[in-house]
Ligand binder design. Structure first.
Ligand code: SF4
Length: 370
């Protein structure tokens, strides 16, 4: 049975019909939950008492609570969110800085305060095992439900600074979103609904390590309107497979074909995420290979100097190397941006708070650099 938070208005219409309530109440209930963020049926003042009591019986209550809340000097807020079974995931609120690099849409000035981007999780841990990633080190513990995925936004909306506005969402927290496709696609439908959170499709980015069948499904289900980001990181199969095991199943040539088939609307681009790891994927020859892969594709590259992860010997290259890589891509005609790391003082890479909480030493297999 669907959790009350993950019911769309049409699901509520069915539920209410079973309860003998008029169907028009479906929009009211949905708005209370998703537009106003009210999860206490007693506060839903325009609903009759009997319906409020029925909603309480149905288990309408928050799915998570803030177990840890850290704030960095740059305004980034990192949350550790604990769910009903005691498992925890992370979410990060990132206010747009003066560089504007974090606004995935960009360009237009906000009419009401600083735009804030929330990075959300989709799984507890992750099965993909990317060696540079704290979430990957811990393995997959369980999938998150659609109710838990959108609940992160309810929490985030309540924590943005006064005058700021939660404007963008990136599925780049713990987990591989497309490995939890059904819950993620339902969460997307909930987020886009105009009577609910009302996010525009351009303002929501799903990031994947490259699950080709689900990329096609996402393109088909949402007409290509969901912004797609690919964690590419290495421009050749041998080294990418060492860093990201998923590449063995879906090698780069197949992934590039799948991206070219993604039904992007006009003037939209796929984002290519490229984490620069010192001495591994940061040579100019790598920039050239990446430019070759992206030839003729509507794409932009985000360069991300690697976040240092405790107990992981890999790290970011010097700034001069980042700049040279960036410049080479521009010279090759590829739109490229450097994403500043935010919240360094609070360990803002995905999975780091959870790992710190587990106080585990994790062995990292460093890939052989050929
Ligand atoms: S980078 Fe993403 S896909 Fe890879 S292990 Fe981490 S969370 Fe999973």
């Amino acid at each position: 049975m669907l959790h009350p938070i993950e019911r769309l208005p049409e699901d509520w219409a069915e539920t209410l019909a079973r309860w003998g309530e008029p169907r028009y109440r479906a929009a009211q209930v949905f708005k209370w939950i998703h537009a106003r963020g009210v999860l206490d049926p007693d506060a839903m003042t325009d609903l009759p008492k009997r319906l409020r009591a029925r909603l309480a019986e149905e288990g309408l209550q928050p799915t998570m609570e803030v177990a840890l809340h850290q704030r960095a000097e740059d305004g980034t807020q990192k949350l550790l969110l604990q769910m009903g079974d005691g498992r925890a995931v992370e979410s990060v609120l990132i206010p747009q800085g003066s560089s504007g690099a974090e606004d995935p849409v960009g360009g237009d000035e906000p009419e009401d305060g600083r735009p804030v981007t929330q990075c959300i999780s989709t799984q507890v841990g992750c099965a993909m095992g990317c060696v540079f990633c704290a979430s990957g080190m811990a393995g997959l513990k369980r999938q998150m439900s659609a109710a838990e995925i959108v609940s992160q936004l309810f929490v985030g909306r309540g924590l943005v600074d006064e005058g700021d506005r939660l404007r963008n969402v990136v599925f780049m927290g713990m987990g591989e979103p497309l490995h939890n496709y059904d819950a993620v696609s339902r969460a997307l439908r909930l987020m886009f609904h105009p009577d609910g959170l009302g996010f525009g499709t351009r303002r929501v980015t799903v990031s994947t390590s490259g699950l080709i069948p689900e990329i096609a499904r996402l393109g088909e289900d949402f007409g290509g309107k969901v912004q797609l980001a690919i964690s590419l990181h290495v421009p050749d199969d041998e080294r990418r497979s060492a860093l990201m095991p998923i590449n063995r199943r879906y090698p780069l040539s197949d992934l590039m074909k799948a991206l070219r088939r993604y039904p992007l609307p006009k003037r939209r681009r796929i984002t290519i995420e490229y984490t620069l790891v010192a001495g591994y994927n940061d040579e100019l020859a790598d920039a050239d290979r990446l430019a070759d892969l992206l030839k003729g594709m509507s794409a932009k590259v985000n360069l991300i100097p690697m976040n240092p992860v405790p107990d992981n010997p890999l790290g970011p290259p010097p700034w001069s190397v980042v700049e040279a890589f960036h410049d080479r891509l521009w010279d090759r005609g590829v739109s490229t941006f450097v994403r500043r790391r935010k919240g360094d003082d609070i360990a803002a890479a995905c999975g780091q708070l959870v790992l710190a909480g587990e106080k585990k030493k994790i062995r990292v297999k460093v890939p052989v650099v050929s």
